[in-house]
Ligand binder design. Structure first.
Ligand code: NAD
Ligand code: UD1
Length: 313
């Protein structure tokens, strides 16, 4: 079995690639290394890596024809809400058009895929009051990132139904863990917090810290993705989360306790396009026999210990 992972050198993608290789898959990665790194991939010497842009349509078309993957996991994206507000046109090209074009090539060449999995986001739910978010909850995307994710989901599912393609969409909530790149001001908050704790730099808190998120450890995410592949799930949207709502103030407090350090916190205005409260219902995932192995404190402790070990080696 051959799997194509776009964004496979990134945070979540590299963990998925490791798992696929360890499960006996032949793996092909396309990543432009804008946020990812080949060194993220444990088994990089066993896979084929194309350092390329998923928006390069000609390249992607040729890649499909040459590699003919059985499974496609589309993770390449500009993954930041705030970045999409700064650069809506650039992020739209990656987060929407590139996925649509790939689907269209699959349809045109009638590639006999076993699964096409698109990684969407909890951001699609926006700021509507009902919590926890179920897959059939109303959506109200408020940023270019969230709008692109939702529009792409609709195409992925419609292509599945209309052209009989085994497509599925997952909505990740806030994923954290090793290899999340903290280098951009738009990086995931837990990678930035980790970096601030490691380097004793001040942390900028946007808003009053009462905003909530559902933080999920990356190993649990890979376990969920694998269940979705094993069960050959298609024509569905599935939340991937922990099912626990935590405020930013709460997670900062917990992380300081784990690290045994106090952070210097600078206050700044809330960012535009923000979701105030987020937590998932994970009933659909549980029906695939999913159980979390990484409750928040355990996951954060593992992440912190890994970072300290890394710094020592
Ligand atoms: P990431 O930035 O680590 O991974 C994305 C990868 O895509 C990076 O390696 C980057 O170099 C690559 N990439 C970006 N633009 C590209 C392009 N034009 N061509 C080729 N490669 C390109 O982010 P991540 O957190 O691993 O996110 C993976 C996916 O999951 C994304 O689609 C993201 O939107 C989605 N997601 C992530 C989270 C989260 O909390 N991390 C939550 C919801 C959804
Ligand atoms: C994150 C993901 C996004 C995903 C979404 C799903 C990243 C970069 N973003 O967006 O891909 O679709 O979850 O829910 O992985 N914050 C600070 N200081 C900082 C950085 C962030 O206070 O230095 C705050 C933000 O304003 C926000 C919260 O922390 O309120 C979380 O921010 P962030 O990690 O960027 O996550 P989301 O915007 O939820």
């Amino acid at each position: 079995m051959k799997a194509l992972v776009t964004g496979g050198a990134g945070f979540i993608g590299s963990h998925l690639v490791d798992h696929l290789v360890e499960s006996g898959f032949e793996v092909v990665v396309v990543d432009d290394l804008s946020m990812g790194a080949i060194s993220n991939i444990k088994h990089w010497e066993q896979i084929t890596i194309y350092v390329a842009d998923v928006c390069d349509d000609k390249f992607m078309q040729q890649l499909l024809a040459d590699e003919r993957p059985d499974y496609i996991y589309f993770l390449a994206a500009i993954a930041s809400v705030a970045d999409s507000i700064e650069r809506p046109a650039e992020t739209h090209a990656v987060n929407h058009t590139a996925v649509f074009n790939l689907l269209e090539h699959i349809r045109q060449i009638r590639l006999p895929i076993k699964q096409f999995l698109f990684t969407s986001s909890a951001a699609v739910y926006g700021n509507l009051p009902e919590l926890p978010k179920r897959e059939d909850s109303r959506v109200a995307p408020v940023s270019p990132y969230a709008i692109d994710k939702y529009a792409t989901e609709r195409f992925v599912l419609a292509y599945g139904e209309l052209y009989d393609l085994p497509t599925v969409c997952v909505r990740f909530f806030n994923v954290y863990g090793p290899r999340q790149n903290p280098s951009s001001p738009y990086s995931g908050v837990l990678s930035i917090l980790t970096d601030c704790l490691k380097t004793q730099r001040p942390f900028t808190l946007f808003g009053d810290g009462t905003q909530t998120r559902d933080f999920v450890y990356v190993s649990d995410v890979i376990k969920a993705l694998w269940l979705i592949t094993e069960h050959q799930v298609q024509h569905e949207v599935i939340n991937i989360a922990n099912g626990l709502e935590t405020s930013l103030n709460g997670i900062i407090q917990m992380y300081q306790e784990i690290a045994g350090q106090q952070l210097e916190i600078k206050r700044a205005e809330q960012r535009g396009g923000e979701v105030d409260h987020s937590v998932a219902s994970i009933g659909k995932l549980a029906r695939l026999n999913y159980e979390s192995e990484w409750p928040l404190r355990r996951g954060l402790t593992k992440y912190w210990e890994g970072e300290c070990e890394h710094a020592r080696s």
